[in-house]
Design a protein around this ligand. Structure first.
Ligand code: GH3
Ligand code: MG
Ligand code: MG
Ligand code: MG
Length: 314
């Protein structure tokens, strides 16, 4: 179908097929009160390998969305009894932004202001009924591509490229939000770690092995703190936000990590087994912001360094 349509350019056809293939089995939700129209749209989308849920009205749509967080895109008819597609859109936008859940409005009405209303209230796109099957396909595909690109940009903005841990920016944005939300339960701790004498690794073995050591350290942190927010603050400094753990548990976890680190060297083909130690500051007191808690954790870290390194101060 695509090859026949792509005016003889095999490259173009392959590019289109690749794009489709990437989005196969993505979950979509079709909301329409008309059985005929809903079935038609669903059948087309299923034919293109999308995974399709169906709802007969806005209420059911909200119910299905709550049960299936894998749904990436909602295609909604405008005119439906009870709740219009526009009302549904407005409700959805209170909980999901345009980049997390896409909405495409659909209507058979000859109302020229409808597309503008949909887009104004946060729809990603709009389709007039009846539409050519391919228009549906490519609008859905383009919308999903936008979601993906945005996700990629978000990843790039939030992650440290070397270790793939969260970066400073993410820690201060998201981490601070989480900190303020969890603060009063007092079930949290802020830990700051700084690798001991890291400069020696670089000086002895070169920057490249230094980089590998940072990745190794990051991997060990991920293993030791699978449910916590881990960020690279910069250089050889890291931060872990521990939720749902008492001060005593947080301190114990930090000490366990330091002990583990001693038994897990980076094994390098030339350099052999490279061991490192780290110092850590664990702040368990209540602060007004993550920034303040981090400053306190930093002072404790400084203390750990002054006390001879390879230890936890709290
Ligand atoms: P201390 O025990 O007091 O923390 O000593 P240290 O050597 O770890 O601390 P110092 O701050 O003197 O040196 C940190 C070193 O980390 C210096 C810098 O070259 C290195 N570094 C920072 N970022 C990177 C990186 O991305 N890759 C590599 N390979 N090295 C880095
Ligand atoms: Mg309708
Ligand atoms: Mg440092
Ligand atoms: Mg250091």
């Amino acid at each position: 179908y695509i090859i026949k349509d792509s005016k003889g350019s095999l490259q173009y056809a392959v590019a289109l097929l690749k794009q489709l293939y990437r989005h196969r089995s993505t979950s979509l939700l079709v909301v329409d009160d008309s059985v005929t129209s809903r079935n038609q749209t669903s059948a087309l989308l299923q034919r293109w390998q999308f995974s399709v849920y169906e709802a007969t009205d806005g209420y059911q749509a909200i119910h299905i969305l709550a049960k299936h967080p894998d749904i990436r895109l909602v295609l909604t008819d405008f005119h439906m009894p009870g709740m219009t597609g526009l009302d549904l859109l407005k409700q959805l936008r209170e909980r999901f932004d345009r980049q997390s859940l896409a909405v495409i409005g659909i209507s058979a009405q000859n109302n020229r202001t409808l597309p503008a209303l949909f887009i104004k209230h946060g729809a990603n796109d709009f389709l007039h009924k009846p539409f050519a099957p391919e228009e549906l396909l490519w609008r859905v595909s383009l919308t999903l591509e936008h979601l993906e690109l945005f996700q990629e940009i978000r990843e790039l903005a939030h992650r440290d490229p070397l270790t793939r841990l969260y970066n400073r920016r993410f820690l201060f944005e998201q981490g601070n939000r989480q900190y303020l939300a969890n603060r009063l339960q007092r079930q949290h701790a802020v830990m700051v770690l700084d690798i001991d004498h890291f400069k020696r690794i670089n000086d002895t073995w070169g920057h490249q092995i230094g980089d590998q050591m940072l990745c190794h350290f990051a991997a060990l942190l991920r293993l030791a703190f699978p449910d916590d927010l881990i960020a690279r603050l910069g250089g050889e400094e890291f931060c872990v936000l521990l939720w749902h753990c008492s001060p005593a548990q947080a301190i114990a976890k930090a000490q366990q990590f330091l002990a583990q680190l001693k038994t897990k060297p980076l094994t390098h083909s030339v350099a052999g087994d490279l061991f490192i130690t780290t110092s850590a500051g664990v702040e368990t007191m209540l602060h007004n912001s993550l920034d303040e808690a981090l400053q306190a954790a930093d002072r404790l870290l400084y203390q750990a360094k002054a006390d001879g390194r390879d230890c936890v101060r709290y």
